[in-house]
Design a protein around this ligand. Structure first.
Ligand SMILES: *Cc1c(COP(=O)(O)O)cnc(C)c1O
Length: 403
């Protein structure tokens, strides 16, 4: 039995079956490559779900984490430390408007903080929330209540919250759903877990206008889209709008667990002392990692690179013109390749066989979210191998059809 098969067996015996058995057992990473426990090398085009923004083993991240864990690994919120302050200052600076920050440890916690924050700001007259069909905001009960994916949501309701779902990108449906009794609208600029589905241009401006007209809070979930993924610091900057609350996680820590909830203007001070907290939130090691990620994105010009190489990646895939590819969506180094058949799982496994990690985010869409440090040569290495991967996957799909 291979080392991978052995580890999978041990995994299955001790872990709850919520993830199924992951196909690849990773041991180490180096730049944009990862190696499995049998020594097979893969070019990483998913980066731990848009998390490992600097790739693997980036010296800036390694140094920041090592130095901070040696100096002081944890303080709790009973004490403050410089790193968390510097990180919050940096985030406010990048967002370009007066704001206050709450630091958490994950995306779902960032959204839980946002939910409590808007509840505090709205008061009891505002009784319901609006979110989007197929949207994803996390797995804890509050964030799950806002998640528009019935398969993962419905088994765990009722949530004790009135949440109304409108189609993503549909401004008219939004206008009809949001009244002055709505506490907040939760949206993603691009729906990540739905398959990297952008809203039509101008949609976020419409959300802003509806929220301005009704007084509902505009909460923008940039957990997957933020921190350079689309070629800008934040996806909403493409439309020049400002939400009331923004949530961040994933790429922010470059692989260390961290989340952030940022409130603009009056939303920054809506929590009173004692309203919210987290033992690990603002953890010094995670804060040092996030600062290293942001500084490295600046120093290495990774926003421009994400924009340019993202276009190259999308253009090369379109250029192949394979009949299995219906569409390449998204921006920057964050792409959904929609297929003409429900063959995404086949593309994922054929790609892994060929030494490339991609993600079947839905049955018919393959998600690509490589490290922002990926090079032109590495992009071309992938797109050069893709025709054979697609051909093999199309063969697998044909076989499904005959079965
Ligand atoms: C991943 C994700 C979350 C949840 O983040 P976790 O860290 O897994 O809790 C929430 N919203 C969006 C848009 C995400 O992509």
């Amino acid at each position: 039995m291979s080392a991978t098969e052995q580890l999978k067996k041990r995994f299955d015996a001790v872990f709850m079956p919520n993830y199924g058995t992951p196909p690849v057992a990773l041991e180490r990473g180096e730049g944009r490559y990862v190696f499995d426990v049998d020594g097979k090398r893969y070019l990483d085009l998913i980066a731990g779900i848009a998390v490992s923004a600097l790739g693997h083993g980036h010296p800036a991240l390694v140094e920041a984490v090592a130095a901070q864990s040696a100096r002081l690994a944890h303080t709790s919120n009973l004490f403050l430390h410089e790193g968390e302050v510097a990180l919050a200052e940096k985030l406010v600076d990048l967002l370009g408007a007066p704001a206050r920050v709450f630091l958490a440890n994950s995306g779902t916690e960032a959204n839980e903080a946002a939910l409590k924050l808007v509840k505090r700001a709205a008061g009891p007259e505002r009784t319901y929330y609006v979110a989007t069909v197929a949207g994803f905001h996390g797995r804890t009960s509050g964030a799950l209540a806002l998640t528009g994916k019935p398969a993962i949501r419905e088994p765990f309701g009722p949530f004790g919250m009135d949440v109304r779902f409108v189609p993503h990108g549909d401004a008219e449906a939004l206008r009809a759903a949001v009244t002055d009794e709505c506490a907040a609208v939760f949206v993603e600029p691009v729906q990540g877990e739905a398959g990297v589905v952008p809203a039509p241009e101008g949609y976020l401006r419409e959300v802003r206008a509806v929220c301005d007209a009704t007084g509902a809070a505009f909460v923008l979930d940039e957990i997957q889209s933020g921190i350079g993924r689309t070629g800008r610091w934040f996806a909403h900057q493409a439309e020049g709008v400002r939400p009331d609350v923004i949530t961040l996680a994933k790429g922010l820590g470059g692989g260390l667990p961290i989340g952030a909830c940022v409130g603009f203007g009056a939303y920054g001070t809506a929590f009173a002392k004692g309203d919210h907290g987290s033992t690990f939130g603002g953890n010094p090691v995670a804060a040092a990692a996030a600062l290293a990620v942001i500084t490295t994105i600046e120093n290495e010009g990774l926003l421009a690179s994400a924009a340019e190489l993202g276009e190259l990646l999308a253009g090369e895939i379109r250029e192949i013109g394979h009949p299995l590819v219906a569409e390449v969506r998204g921006a920057g180094l964050w792409r959904g390749v929609r297929l003409t058949a429900p063959a995404a799982a086949h593309v994922q496994s054929r790609a892994a066989e060929a030494g490339f990690l991609v993600n079947a985010v839905t049955s018919d869409t393959v998600r690509l979210a490589p490290p922002l440090t990926i090079t032109r040569a590495e992009v071309l290495e992938f797109t050069g191998a893709l025709p054979a991967v697609l051909a093999a996957a199309a063969g697998d799909a044909d076989e499904d059809g005959r079965r």
